[in-house]
Design a protein. Sequence first.
Length: 158
Amino acid sequence: MKVRFNRWYNAVLTVLLSLMGYSCSSDDIVDEYGVPIAKVAYGCPYADYVVKGQVTDEAGNPIPGIQVTAPNGSDTDSEYSQIVKTDAQGGFTLREFSTSRGHEMIVEDIDGEDNNGLFESESMYVETLPMKQVKDGNGGWYLGKYEVTANIKLKKKE
């Protein structure tokens, strides 16, 4: 009788432990309320950005020839950074680039007096600027595509 009970007990225990093992191997990560957050993956979350804007002086006049540098890699000094100059209306567009963490965008006057005065440099993080999501992410690390508006006023150097 004791042997029969042990066999039955072992069979039930084996089935229960097997089910527990399968339930622990889920790909879903859940928050404290049991809501799935994301699939288990390796890497860093990232998003794609297109930055459009205008550079003006404090009076609102457009400044042509201002250099705008944005990251397109692991740091701003990377050989993969995008560098554009503002057009006659002070406008600029940085084509789509991906970033996985806060990256600094640098706006600087590099041609001296040629654009109606000397202006102080300005820097800002792309992720802190006004943006609009234009494409959803995939539910994993890819957070989607965003259009960023960067209207920048530069102060004249004294």
